[in-house]
Design a protein around this ligand. Structure first.
Ligand SMILES: Cc1cc2nc3c(=O)[nH]c(=O)nc-3n(C[C@H](O)[C@H](O)[C@H](O)COP(=O)(O)OP(=O)(O)OC[C@H]3O[C@@H](n4cnc5c(N)ncnc54)[C@H](O)[C@@H]3O)c2cc1C
Length: 393
């Protein structure tokens, strides 16, 4: 094949490929279609959605099979984009954590400190926090550990030992590596007394669920989605290292790639580590079972997080509720679908860097989303990135 004289399908029309139809792929497909591209998407599962996949329990309650997701952001662009595809209701997420047989608000705040350490010590800690971090509403474990005040170091250690045991590095005995998860507020202490888990100005949930949002996103005449297709059975990198082949023929349009990057290069440097928590569901014949949306029990062996889905869907279903139970994080074997989180360590980040170097040699491949970028992006950040990537084409 003479690459220079190739007159493929993408000479007259603008063609693009999207690999993986989680929220990142769906958003990118829509943005590409609206920018005049004819978009072909491949999704390995028999359904779209990725980590945001939802289904209905026999009792009618909508659950997210990988665990609950809340939309939260300060980014108006991302919110304006997502709400084009369905209506949203404002939502305040509340989480409590079980420590020494008490349920205290998470992230720890003035209420929690008082419940855990008594009013005097709580007041002293809060005043130290305000003096040491006058510009912060929330102070991270990293900041506490780096403080010159021994009492604040102790508070940091307390959070690591009593809350962050969910972190796989911590559980396996390695040193603490702070999560980059923007949706994980567990590793903070709030200097105020607001019991809301998130701080962002926009916190809301879709009335009909995230699946409906993503289905609407890819409902566009310029988008064709193929489900149940391992994209890598059709898309590959030519041995020159820089040309993308679709069914063995060079594809010259942009290729938005959202699965894990090691896969694209045949795991040539080894597999990137991921972690996941296994979920199971329990249906109950009562209105509500728990006092708030999420209860964390970090030290439990079998179930570390219980979420009551009805708090988040706002469905008015009387006399029935469903709980999502999450086991502790475990390392996982690799499947086609990867509703997992990147497990960061200096080694795994270095390994990712080697794959990223290979990807840089393929100018038409654009990495998007938490799997391909090996970052724990939130839903909003995934959309922000899709907007950025597509507008840069
Ligand atoms: C347990 C958990 C809780 C979370 N909670 C929140 C939250 O409350 N708020 C928030 O904002 N964010 C949350 N997140 C983050 C959020 O889930 C992600 O930001 C978002 O869903 C990422 O979407 P994505 O499209 O980048 O990746 P994914 O959803 O993983 O999509 C990748 C897609 O690629 C497909 N794929 C993989 N391999 C192939 C292949 N070979 N061929 C074709 N297709 C393939 C997969 O099947 C999948 O559909 C949470 C994440 C997890 C894991």
């Amino acid at each position: 094949m003479n690459w220079n004289s190739f007159k493929g399908c993408n000479v007259k029309t603008k063609n693009a490929l999207v690999i993986g139809l989680g929220i990142s792929g769906c958003a990118a497909a829509r943005l590409l279609a609206e920018s005049g591209y004819t978009v072909t998407c491949f999704e390995g599962e028999s359904h779209i959605g990725g980590a945001l996949f939802e289904e209905e329990r026999p009792n009618g309650i909508r659950v997210q099979t990988c665990g609950p997701h809340i939309f939260h952001t300060d980014n108006e662009n991302a919110y304006n984009f997502i709400k084009r595809f369905g209506s949203f209701f404002p939502y305040r997420h509340r989480v409590v954590v079980s420590i020494n047989n008490q349920m205290v608000p998470l992230p720890l705040n003035a209420h929690s400190l008082e419940m855990l350490f008594g009013p005097k010590q709580a007041e002293s800690l809060l005043s130290k926090l305000s003096v040491a971090f006058p510009d912060e509403k929330r102070v991270s474990v990293d900041q506490l550990m780096a403080s010159s005040d021994a009492k604040l170091n102790d508070l940091g250690r307390f959070i690591i030992e009593n809350i962050l045991t969910l972190d796989i590095n911590h559980r396996s005995g390695s040193s603490f590596i702070p999560a980059d998860d923007s949706y994980m507020n567990d590793a903070f202490v709030d200097i105020g007394s607001d019991d809301c888990y998130y701080t962002e100005s926009i916190q809301s949930m879709p009335m009909q669920g995230f699946m409906s949002i993503m289905e609407q996103m890819i409902d566009h005449k310029a988008i064709t989605a193929y489900l149940d297709i391992d994209a890598l059975s059709r898309v590959s990198i030519h041995q020159d290292g820089s040309t993308v082949l679709l069914d063995g023929v060079p594809f010259k349009g942009p290729v938005i790639y959202t699965p894990s990057l090691d896969k694209l290069f045949g795991f040539c440097y080894g597999a990137l580590p991921y972690r996941r928590s296994r979920t199971s569901f329990v249906d109950m014949d009562i209105d509500f079972h728990n006092e708030c949306a999420v209860i964390l029990t970090p030290k439990a062996k079998d179930c570390v997080r219980v979420s009551e889905c009805k708090y988040m869907t706002l469905q008015s279903i009387e006399g029935r509720t469903s709980l999502c139970m999450e086991e502790p994080f475990t390392s996982v074997s690799r499947g086609l679908s990867e509703p997992f989180e990147p497990a960061h360590s200096s080694e795994s980040l270095a390994l990712y860097g080697k794959y990223a170097e290979l990807a840089k040699k393929c100018p038409s491949v654009r990495l998007l989303g938490r799997m391909a970028c090996y970052r724990n992006y939130s839903i909003s950040e995934s959309i922000e990135q899709a907007i950025e990537v597509v507008s840069s084409l």
